[in-house]
Write a protein that binds this ligand. Structure first.
Ligand code: ADP
Ligand code: ZN
Ligand code: ZN
Length: 754
């Protein structure tokens, strides 16, 4: 008897075993099947076909406790390749989750709902009774008294190229739009059997019809980088391209992509989500035309299904540009994976499981496929640079900006002194105001970076000190002036802002600054400047992010105020000055990466300045101008920064010297959570000793009505990580059996970001 292990989109077990009923032909691994689960029917994926009797996690028929039958096989050919399944297996094992959780992340939702529908368009063609265009002359004559019909028909003949040969079908929408006639007129022509209309399946993937252009010739420095990358790859090494901002890393990628395509290979080009702008896609489209595929979370699910299927059905040499979920695409002939801005923390999926890091997954997937890996950045992650220094990766450097531009000049402004001397206008130090004014006078553009959205992070009553808090989370509500609301940035809870303090009717006072407040101050300081704001609130609509970037690129805006969205990979010709209003705030978060992230963010945002023409300028306002981080930044001294960070990482037992697993426990009930965390701690401490932290109360101890606790494990890099994970999973399973811990959610996060 043949049994089938099926992956179901559930977080409970890896696979569930079903039987093939008599008369059904056996599906192949990687095909979707419809199976019963309790009283429901659910879509799963065939993982393994075997003859074992063990029914492990399998729903049994209630009557005679035998395996239940597969209801239907949904595919004629596998939709998930063996190479993908082995990557899923690795991810589930490495990130401590189920195959079902990986599958849910990996496949576009429609593939599991199974309600994908092809997109159709109505196409109009000539009625088959007219085998020759000549035959239409009498028809046109007869329509002399029906000018609308005549006009529509003439437009049809024009659009269908009828005079150059056999007329081809014309999209109805296009015909109506061009002719300016109504569909009623078209219907009449169809009723008269002159034209006919039919639905046809069309692709949702936009096609690129313009001519492709050759890539730019490489500069000497870029050519040297390409040569070194070739050498590194020939040695079988992963390459790290450490190139300063605007050194032309993208040009190097394009060159390597072209080589891969010429060898008939596929390329996966990963970028942080926010960098997937038309600035980059247009640049690649111009060179690669229809060999560029873009896979994007802003695409509809239907579009994603089509890109996925297209890759399965026609495994042609292509370059796929994508954010982190690109690692789930069905590559059959992968030659190269590029991880651009490899340091970017958005490569890590935080929630839900699988809590994977796309950089790690990319390395694994390339290894399985025998493909090369190139990581690129101006500010490598400490772990990545460590691997390069240790000789595990091949380090390739580009230290000069393209076209001989200098690195931007970074000036620190001491806020303590400025406030003391009262040389401030609201949140702007006088020297900064002068610099902005000067640049505006020269017709230049300015970016102001403030990594907090809203108007003020919190408000408080002047009389009684009351601070409005979220009712679901232990955080204060952020005041948003444009919508006059108080918003929780953790759970989205929002109320309209009360005019006065609800407990004493006192007046409000606001604290701190967000992008909205800066926007108001800029409007007062520079009333003639055209100002725009780019943050989560102004980019919620589908195309608003793009629109803002385009407007700024066309210089319809003089000053752009933004959160970290403005730091990533953008290229504007006229930006001469970048201002950072409060750099210190980035270092205040308690996690071990906060300095690293602050350095990367500042270096990236500085990199937006002076990308063409004269030298760019960066003004950084700080209360601690002597902080070593700023000295490294001013000297663009990545190596110095790296050495200092590495020392700290070693001293405080963090990556790359230790591997981390953070366990987050959640429960609505405070005392159950308390018990569960203590029980888990005791088990882990018994096994891991000092490698196990105490139970940690996080800075925000309640989110969405769930109380939170964390426990952190540090495993030496030379110890067995697999063994450690086994103990972790056993301990979690044990806690789940304890009645007084019931309902506790325990989420393991392997290689956490913080
Ligand atoms: P990076 O990715 O390192 O920040 P880019 O690849 O975006 O740098 O290059 C910065 C700018 O310089 C872009 O406008 C790019 O078109 C231009 N550029 C870089 N290299 C070349 C080249 N070899 N020929 C022409 N333009 C180049
Ligand atoms: Zn009050
Ligand atoms: Zn909240």
């Amino acid at each position: 008897m043949t049994n089938i292990d099926v992956i179901l989109p559930l977080a409970i077990a890896d696979t569930y075993t079903y039987r093939i009923p008599d008369g059904m032909s056996c599906p192949e691994v990687g095909m979707r099947v419809l199976v019963p689960l309790a009283r429901k029917t659910i879509t799963g994926l065939v993982y393994r076909i075997h003859t074992e009797v063990d029914a492990g996690n399998s729903p049994l028929t209630p009557s005679n406790l035998t395996l239940r039958d597969i209801i239907e096989v949904l595919d004629e050919r596998p939709v998930v390749l063996p190479s993908q399944l082995s990557l899923w297996r690795w991810m589930a094992d490495y990130y401590l989750c189920t195959l079902g959780e990986v599958m849910t992340a990996a496949l576009p939702a429609r593939m599991l709902d199974n309600d994908y529908t092809a997109r159709t368009e109505v196409y109009v063609s000539l009625h088959p009774q007219y085998t020759d265009v000549e035959m239409l002359q009498p028809v046109l004559d007869s329509l002399r008294r029906a000018p609308k019909q005549k006009r529509l028909l003439e437009y049809f003949l024009e659009l269908s190229d009828a005079f150059d040969g056999a007329p081809h079908p014309v999209e109805q929408r296009q015909l109506i739009e061009f002719s300016g006639e109504s569909t009623a007129v078209l219907r009449t022509l169809i009723e008269k059997q002159i034209l006919c209309a039919a639905h046809e399946v069309v692709s949702r993937i936009p096609s690129y019809d313009a001519d492709v252009e050759p890539a730019h010739p490489l500069t000497e420095q870029q050519q040297r980088a390409v040569d070194e990358i070739h050498t590194g790859m020939a040695e079988g090494k992963v390459c790290l391209l450490h190139g300063v901002t605007s050194s032309g890393k993208t040009e190097v990628y394009m060159h390597l992509i072209r080589e891969m395509l010429a060898q008939g290979k596929q390329v996966l080009y990963l970028v942080p989500e926010i960098a997937l702008t038309t600035q980059l896609t247009d640049r690649l489209k111009r060179v690669f035309g229809n060999r560029l595929g873009v896979y994007h979370s802003r695409f509809s699910d239907m579009e994603r299904v089509e890109i996925y299927r297209d890759m399965l059905q026609s495994p042609q040499p292509k370059v796929l540009l994508s954010a982190r979920s690109g690692v789930f695409l069905p590559f059959t002939n992968l030659g190269l994976v590029i991880v651009d801005e490899e340091h970017d923390t958005s490569y890590k999926q935080q929630d839900p499981a699988p809590r994977y890091h796309a950089r790690s997954v990319a390395l694994m997937m390339a290894r399985d496929a025998g493909a090369q890996v190139l990581m690129g950045t101006a500010t490598p992650a400490i772990e990545t640079y460590y691997n390069a220094m240790a000789g595990k990766y091949r380090l390739v450097e580009m230290t000069e900006r393209y076209a001989g531009l200098s690195m931007p000049e970074i000036t620190m402004v001491d806020l303590k002194r400025q406030y003391h001397r009262k040389e401030m206008y609201e949140h702007f130090a006088d020297p900064l105001v002068d610099r902005i004014r000067e640049q505006l006078a020269h017709g230049k553009q300015i970016i102001i970076f403030q990594n907090r959205r809203g108007y003020a992070p919190y408000i408080s009553c002047r009389k009684c000190g009351y601070v409005p808090k979220c009712c679901n989370c232990d955080v204060s509500l952020t005041y948003h002036k444009r919508t006059n609301s108080l918003v929780c940035h953790y759970c989205g809870y929002s109320i309209s802002a009360p005019a006065a303090c609800p407990s004493c009717s006192g007046e409000w006072r606001d604290y701190g600054m967000g992008t909205e407040k800066i926007e108001d101050e800029v409007a007062r300081l520079f009333p003639d400047a055209r100002v725009a704001r780019m943050d989560l609130d102004t980019t919620r609509n589908k195309n608003s992010h793009q629109r803002l970037i385009n407007a700024f690129a066309r210089h319809e805006v003089d000053i752009l105020i933004g959160t970290q969205m403005v730091t990533k990979g953008l290229h504007f010709n006229d930006v001469s000055l970048v201002a950072v209003l409060n750099a210190d705030s980035m270092m205040q978060s308690p996690d071990f990466r906060s300095y690293e992230r602050a350095f990367q963010m500042l270096e990236q945002v500085a990199g937006r300045a002076g990308r063409t023409g004269s030298r760019g300028e960066v003004v950084v306002q700080t209360f601690q101008p002597d902080n070593p981080l700023y000295v490294y930044l001013q000297n663009h001294d990545y190596q110095g920064f790296y050495a200092a960070q590495l020392k700290e990482r070693r001293a405080f037992r963090f990556p790359p010297f230790y591997r981390l697993i953070v366990l987050t426990l959640k429960h609505r009930d405070y005392s159950r959570l308390d018990t569960a965390s203590r029980e888990l701690y005791e088990r882990l401490h018994a096994a891991f000793g000092v490698r196990c932290s105490a139970v940690i109360v996080p800075p925000i101890a309640r989110v969405q009505n769930m109380h939170l606790r964390t426990i952190r494990l540090r495993i030496e890099v030379n110890a067995s990580f697999a063994q450690a994970k086994k103990i972790v999973m056993q301990s979690i399973a044990y806690i789940r059996t304890l009645p007084n811990c019931k309902g506790t959610i325990i989420q393991p996060d392997v290689d956490p970001m913080g």
